[in-house]
Design a protein around this ligand. Sequence first.
Ligand code: ZN
Length: 335
Amino acid sequence: MTSNPAFADLLNRALTEPGIVSKAYSAFHGYSIGNQLLALIQCQARGIQPGPLATFVGWKEKGRYVRKGEKAITLCQPVTVKRQDHDSEEAEIFTRFIYRNHWFVMSQTEGQELPALPIPAWDQTRALETLEILEEPFMLTDGNCHGYARERTIAVSPLAALAHKTRFHELAHVVLGHTSEGELNDAELTPRSLREVEAEAVALVCLEALGLPGAEHCRGYIQHWNQGRGSEPMPERSAQRIFKAADQILRAGTRQDWGRLLWYSLFSSFSRQRCPLAQYAAGLVKLLCAQAPLKSAGLRGFLIPRSSACQSLRSRFGVMLRSEITRRRRVKRGR
Ligand SMILES: [Zn+2]
């Protein structure tokens, strides 16, 4: 890649290419939306299969090696910069974006097989709690209004055909800071085209990332409001704000399955050791990752499920552990 695309270019692709956000999210869900799109576009341009990303050292730690001659993927990192003004005492703090080419996709590496990390599920109640936004019962009688946002409160009409789309749109108004600028009512005729484009673009990104219906309606709505603002190109600052708000909303509702993450890290550390017992443990953990119903998040996920297949694996592991201990004792006594 010769030059790095601006956020406005990435947003333009997200808004005009159906499915691009969902592809990017499913392959790179641990990264920000902007970086997900950046990585996907590079993979598509170079014919690389999208998938888990890590740095050269990161892959080594997971027991995999970057193939010789593979070119790294460029991602963007925000850096907080402090600029001291010579004339005044105050320092100006702002965010700069730095592009670094340090990442490789799993398909550019070889070595130890790794279990797939599942895409974390999004939970509406959790998102509202984390964002400190209250959803109240819909109280307007206007049938044309599907939702509204006031300060840190939103409401979605029971008549809204695409409730998720309306909810993301209203959440976006709050997260983007529109509601702290004044009260909003979506049936109002006041021209506020950029706000509407921003909120609907956030809704589109969230819907596509989570595979929910309604993105095509967002496209129509955005086009309508864009015409209202004279079809001007999207300002770079707006594109940055849209990606940031979508990231905030998606992360706020994400429930990480810590149990599965634990198994994943156990597998990675066991599989790098030469000891046959550790290798066996790695195999066990991998089987558990693939088969076991570790759906439950949090603490329960740490426990080995008690299905019969796991029982037999556990007892086999127990036998192996005991024989390894006996073997080591014998070796010690023999010395
Ligand atoms: Zn709106």
